[in-house]
Design a protein around this ligand. Structure first.
Ligand code: UT7
Length: 332
């Protein structure tokens, strides 16, 4: 029988991460802008974030995370049949960071492409790879989220520069006999794209001396309005995906959310009826918001720390620019 006629289950076979060494603490930021450690911690939950070296681009971080994920999956790069990279800070417009990653992994031929879904990119990437594996078209896929947000941060804008960090997380997906990705819920609302954007450098506002002078190549965010959408939409996505399986908050062993703000995650826990200290994985305090890489690194660290065990039911939940959102239930 042709594999394409059969459906398979998709599991995560291995995860990995890479975080740049350099730490930028709230104390460092106090010397750069008009802010305080107290404001940043109470409003966001962030204590420090990582900043990549000048010579480290998204694909350089991606390859390091991918190699760890491959090792943990017990596979080699040549086994991978599909590469997806989620990033809003690609090495360059094109070729894609996924193609750069493929090259750095020393393989050729297999399909490789980037997705631009902002903070929801890792969840979207897992959901896309799931379809290819489920259908039988590919056996193994690599999904990497890699972000160097420090390059698109306005370091004079205190309302945004305290939030972001750099990093990368990866997953190798493949067929499993039971469990794996059980349900997916994805969505977007382009009408609210103006709430979080990087205006210049595209065909709408090509790069010019003026766009550079006006700092139009940096992230512009209406944090306050976005916050309200994040609270509402992350809860809706979580409730939608769990409802597909008839699950309630108590059935979830751990929530792995996008890490934008600790207050958003506490609100999510409340809506799901779970104890945030026990059931919501948190690493925002050490990395800040790494866009798509946040949930990728969070999943990796939850596995590394033994917070996820075989048979556990995991809820991944992300929200970001676009607007975009995505939630997954995975039986580990
Ligand atoms: O990852 C994708 C999705 N991202 C999100 O969902 C982010 C959602 N938004 C947020 O997390 C929050 O809105 C922020 C953390 C960005 C901001 O927190 P907030 O509680 O919404 O603060 P705000 O923007 O309403 O600002 C409150 C005050 C303002 O002062 P005034 O006008 O009340 O005098 C700001 O100027 O805090 C001031 N402020 C700061 N003060 C010290 C803003 N940034 C800072 C700062 N340090 N870094």
């Amino acid at each position: 029988m042709n594999n394409i006629e059969k459906t398979f289950r998709t599991g995560i076979l291995g995860v990995g991460k890479y975080l740049p060494e350099r730490r930028l603490t709230n104390a460092d930021l106090e010397k750069m802008i008009d802010t305080t450690d107290e404001w940043i911690v109470t409003r966001t939950g962030i204590k420090e974030r990582r900043i990549a070296r000048d010579d480290e681009a998204a694909s350089d971080m991606a390859v390091k995370a991918a190699q760890v994920a491959l090792k943990n999956a017990g596979l080699e790069a040549k086994d991978i049949e599909l590469i997806i990279v989620a990033t809003i800070t690609p090495d360059m417009f094109f070729p894609s960071t996924a193609c750069q990653l493929q090259y750095k992994l020393g393989i050729t031929g297999v399909p490789a492409f980037d997705i631009s879904v902002a903070c929801s990119g890792y969840v979207y990437g897992l959901a896309i790879a799931d379809q290819f594996i489920k259908s039988g078209l590919y056996k193994y896929a690599l999904v990497v989220a890699s972000e160097k947000l420090s390059t698109v941060t306005d370091w004079d804008d205190r309302s945004t520069c305290v939030l972001f960090g750099d990093g990368s997380g990866a997953a190798v997906l493949g067929r499993v006999d039971d469990g794996g990705i059980m349900a997916v819920s994805l969505g977007a609302d382009g009408s609210k794209g103006n709430l979080l954007q990087l205006p210049a450098g595209g065909s709408r506002m090509p790069a010019s001396k003026k766009t550079v002078e006006d700092k139009q190549h940096t992230i512009k965010m209406e944090g306050n309005v976005l916050f309200k959408h994040a609270v509402k939409i992350m809860a809706e996505a979580a409730l939608d995906v769990t409802a597909k399986l008839g699950l309630k908050g108590e059935d979830i062993d751990i929530i792995i959310p996008h890490q934008a703000n600790i207050r958003i995650l506490n609100a999510l826990a409340q809506r799901m009826g779970v104890d945030p200290d026990k059931k919501v994985y948190l690493n925002i305090y050490k990395y800040g918001n790494m866009s798509a890489a946040s949930s990728a690194v969070a999943l990796t660290e939850a596995v590394e720390e033994g917070r996820i065990k075989k048979g556990d039911t995991i809820l991944m939940d992300a929200f970001g620019g676009g607007l975009t959102w995505g939630a997954l239930v995975i039986k580990w």
